[in-house]
Each structure stands twice: as C-alpha cells, then as structure tokens.
Design a protein around this ligand. Structure first.
Ligand code: 5GP
Length: 178
C-alpha cells in the first residue's frame, strides 16, 4: 500500500469515541423506550462504523436501513449539490426513525435528507451526528444528539475518508497536508 503523502493528527481517541457512544446509547434508549421497532437509518458511507457501534448499545428492537447522498467526492471542498445515490429499502411511514450521520458541516446534506424522510411521514424522526462543525453551518439545522463538536478542520477515520482512504482508522484525526 502506498504511503500517505500527508500526516494525521489524532483528535478524538478510540476510547473517547466508545465512551461517548455508550452515553448516547443510554440517552437514545430512554428517548425511544416505548418504540415498537426503531428504524435506524445510516447515511452512507461515513456513518457505517458509527452505526455499527451505536446499534449494539441499544437494547431496543431495531431495524437497520441505509441511504446514500452525494457529498464531498474526492476533494476537501463541499459540493453543495445534494443528490440521493441510494434510497432506503423499506417504507418508514408511521415508524420511529433515527437518522445517523457522520458529520454535520454546512448542514445541507442533513437538511436535504431530513426533508426527504419527513415527506414519507414517519411517526417520529430524530437525528444523531457523531461530529458537528457548528462554525461551518450554512443552514439552520441541528442533530437531536451530537457526539462531539469539532473545529473547522478536515477529519478522517472511524468511517470517514480522505479520497476513500483512512476509513479504517479506529480514531478520528485531522489531515495535515505537507
Ligand atoms: P454538509 O452537507 O453538512 O456540508 O456535509 C456533510 C458531509 O460532508 C458529511 O456527511 C461528510 O461526508 C462530509 N464532510 C464534512 N466534513 C468533513 C470532513 O472533515 N472530512 C470528511 N472526510 N468529510 C467531511
């Protein structure tokens, strides 16, 4: 495998992520305690590790589905044209839904996907984002639960990529270009 031509500085350790997800799991369980079945919707691809860890903290009947929206491509700049690349497999009308996102940055992706899911009339729709960069927000949208607020830095790891690399890092780090 080719060496990286950039450095990664650890921002959030694997242990800190695990501890935070444990606490979030307790809050979500309490919030959805009376659900018949919760549909946990992962927003691909950056949420795939987060959702895997999160659902294992939920002692609730859950179903897992995925949706994919276009975002960064291979660059560090946000594309503002949000498109759905892969839709849900199942209906969510009348269901309790938890949308799981990796990062809320400008907020455009979350707003778009929330609008789409809301149009399908779920009984309840909440969101959780592992990371939030409030200083970058362009639209007024916020996740119900957030793992960590982070500064305006490009991050990788724990499911989040830089040009499709580094999703397999167990921690979250910032990219430092030479
Ligand atoms: P937004 O629509 O809120 O601007 O962007 C959300 C999406 O942009 C995230 O789901 C994520 O895929 C991508 N994104 C935002 N910030 C970063 C970052 O620091 N690193 C990476 N790899 N992707 C990011």
């Amino acid at each position: 495998m080719a060496r990286r031509d950039y450095e990664i500085d650890e921002l959030i350790s694997a242990e800190a992520i695990a501890a935070r997800i444990g606490a979030l799991g307790t809050e979500i369980e309490a919030a959805f305690g009376d659900t018949e079945k919760l549909v946990v919707v992962g927003l691909l691809r950056g949420s795939f590790i987060f959702i895997a860890d999160l659902v294992r903290k939920l002692d609730l009947p859950v179903e897992v589905d995925f949706i994919e929206a276009s975002s960064y491509g291979n660059a560090m700049e946000s594309s503002h044209d949000v498109r759905i690349l892969k839709d849900l497999r199942g209906p969510i009308e009348g269901r309790d839904v938890l949308l799981v996102e990796d990062i809320v940055d400008t907020g455009l992706t979350l707003r778009h996907v929330l609008g789409l899911l809301r149009s399908r009339r779920p009984a309840r729709l909440e969101t959780i984002a592992l990371l939030d960069k409030p200083s970058r927000r362009q639209v007024d949208v916020r996740a119900t639960w957030t793992g960590f607020e982070i500064p305006d830095e490009f991050v990788v790891g724990y499911g989040i990529d830089y040009a499709q690399r580094d999703r397999n890092l167990p921690y979250i780090g910032t990219v430092r270009l030479p």
